[in-house]
Design a protein around this ligand. Structure first.
Ligand code: GSH
Length: 213
């Protein structure tokens, strides 16, 4: 399997399937392209018409889009363990991933993922603040319902991988959260798979100016 990703410092969409694969120790080759460069545009023509990362290539199959990749990995390699097992939990996990995938535009716009960023607060719009309130409500709802485990649905799932870039944003932009959410953020930031990603991101030299806020 080959996973094509962007800069580890900035590419929040790439992080999602990568974290899932790394956490579950799936064997894959990583191919990194530098975002917004001529090299990326040129090389991406070969992999995906969307010209966006991440892209998974497996057995002659090309899958683009982070959610589609996670679903494929769940079906093909994780025997369904990528999602929570209870039907109600799985439905909720899929709902929050879809909400993440298709929304929270102000948070994404105003708080770019930037692993290397020095931790410091920023001024946010009302829209971003209300999205943050909604995300905290999602975290609290899931964590309160699963006090037995360390993750949103007890066991690690695609939902945690999907919200990892938010965890990083909350950390680097010093977003205030309730204690139980703070403990969850700490656990995610100390996840061995994330530590590997973080070390690689720290070592990168490329700077994308618009993402430096
Ligand atoms: N919905 C897509 C979004 C992918 C996406 O926007 N990727 C960004 C990097 S994080 C990208 O490739 N940008 C390059 C470009 O827009 O030229 C997914 O979930 O995979």
């Amino acid at each position: 399997m080959q996973l094509i990703i962007g800069n580890k410092n900035y590419s929040s969409w790439s992080l999602r399937p990568w974290l899932l694969m790394e956490h579950f120790s799936l064997a894959f080759e990583e191919r990194q392209l530098w975002l917004f460069t001529a090299q990326m545009k040129e090389e991406m023509q070969r992999f995906s018409p969307s010209l966006k990362v991440p892209v998974l290539v497996d057995n002659g199959l090309t899958i683009w889009d982070s959610l589609a990749i996670c679903e494929y990995l769940n079906d093909q390699y994780l025997e369904g363990k990528g999602w929570p097992q209870a039907v109600a939990d799985k439905a909720l996990a899929r709902s929050i991933c879809a909400e993440m995938h298709a929304g929270f535009f102000a948070v994404r716009e105003e708080m770019p993922m930037n692993v290397r960023r020095a931790i410091a607060p920023i001024t946010l719009s009302e829209q971003a603040m209300s999205e943050i309130t909604r995300i905290i409500a999602i975290f609290s709802q899931c964590l309160d319902a699963h006090p037995e485990g360390d993750y949103l649905f007890g066991e690690f799932s695609i939902a945690d991988a999907f919200f990892m870039p938010i965890v990083i944003r909350f950390s680097i932009y010093q977003i205030e959260v309730p204690r139980s959410v703070e403990q969850y953020l700490d656990r995610m930031l100390n996840l061995p798979a994330y530590k590997t990603w973080q070390a690689d991101a720290m070592a990168e030299k490329a700077v994308i100016e618009v993402a430096e806020v």
